[in-house]
Design a protein around this ligand. Structure first.
Ligand code: KG4
Ligand code: ZN
Length: 338
């Protein structure tokens, strides 16, 4: 079984991990949240510079935590797409350089494939076919994971991604960045039925609604209107109830689509990935719905829901075992479908 060291720098986490046989030997995640918080979001140039400052230290720490030296590493990988171009360049260049210095195969890995593979870290025996509900800051997709690492995207958001909706609604409620974990925490003290909110639906030309595609921008606007109305009567917003009502609406929309898709395609397992997979409201609702339909639902450990390098190393180790490597001429790309 291949032992792979991977570097993930697609956004605001500098992460390095070593994985062998779907087992995480080490995982270093250095978050830049505090650096970007004053700006209310990730500043790409600042992210690249910070990756550059700490990536070498993170690599050394990953080797130390695994108690390994370079002789034990069979391949070196990095995320090559999608993400912030400057940020991706730092990790990819580091991986290529190390692969030349240590004479090891190099692999460029798709970030979203990493989020799909995160479920293997909690369930190493998982095998396709299964349905992946991928819910991150940039994507909201239902992906049919086929044998042989092939993917069919069956549903996606037509506007905001689920994580993006959490972050934008948090801003409306004057909460800090990233909003997802904060809304999650506040929602646990609130009433999810306090404010009925609209679930975004995509109309089909012949009537009815798309069963798997989602939309979150209407929901965000509805929260904005509600906030304006509430502020007319009192400056103190019922933030916990607003957070709980918003979170419940997102969880309901995602759960409905994921369950319908799994049943329609005869898939018995739903593996959830991406930052929003950490959301307690989504976890509870999807688990309950899956139980009542005799479906299995897998959530990665919380630390592997948001961006990390273990999920990238997990993909790379599989690829290496199948005999694939990437050329050193491989570049980065800000967008790339799975
Ligand atoms: O997967 P990820 O770390 O980065 C991307 O690839 O986008 O996802 C980040 C997103 C952010 O929008 C963040 O607010 C959201 O995941 N997030 C959450 C939670 N933890 C992170 N959203 C809801 N509830 C959470 N507990
Ligand atoms: Zn991600």
């Amino acid at each position: 079984m291949a032992t792979v060291l991977a570097i993930e720098t697609s956004c605001d986490e500098t992460a390095v991990a070593i994985v062998k046989n779907r087992q995480v030997l080490s995982s270093i995640i250095s978050s830049q949240i505090a650096v970007h918080q004053p700006y209310g979001g990730v500043v790409p140039e600042v992210a690249s510079r910070r990756h550059l400052e700490i990536v070498n230290e993170a690599i050394a720490q990953a080797l130390e935590q695994a108690d390994l030296d370079w002789t034990a590493i069979d391949g070196i990988a990095a995320t090559c797409a999608p993400g912030l171009v400057g940020a991706l360049m730092v990790g990819l260049t580091a991986a290529k350089t190390l692969s030349m210095v240590h004479q090891k195969p190099f692999l460029g890995i798709h970030h979203l494939e990493g989020h799909i593979y995160a479920s293997y870290l909690s369930e190493p025996t998982l095998n396709p076919p299964f349905l992946c509900l991928l819910v991150s800051g940039g994507h909201t997709s239902l992906i049919y994971v086929k044998q042989g690492g092939q993917y069919d995207v069956l549903g996606q958001t037509r506007d905001d991604a689920a994580g993006e909706a959490f972050d934008k609604v948090a801003r409306l409620l004057n909460l800090s960045y990233p909003g997802g974990p904060i809304i999650d925490r506040l929602a646990q003290q609130g009433n999810p039925q306090a404010f009925p909110l609209p679930e975004g639906k995509i109309s089909l030309p012949g009537g009815g609604y798309h069963p798997y595609d989602s939309s979150f921008s209407g929901l965000k606007t509805a929260v904005w209107r509600l906030v304006q109305q509430l502020q007319e009567t009192s400056p103190d917003l019922p933030v916990n109830d607003l957070a709980a009502s918003f979170q419940a609406t997102v969880a309901k929309a995602l759960t409905k689509r994921a369950i319908a898709c799994a049943l329609d395609y005869g898939l018995d397992t739903i593996a959830v990935g991406g930052g929003v997979a950490a959301n307690s409201g989504l976890r509870d609702r999807l688990q309950t719905a899956a139980n009542s339909h005799n479906l299995r639902v897998l959530f990665p450990p919380l630390k592997f829901c948001t961006d990390n390098a273990a999920m990238i190393a997990c993909v790379a180790a599989d690829r290496l075992e199948q005999g694939y490597t990437s050329p050193l001429s491989l570049g980065v790309q800000s967008r790339m479908p799975v």
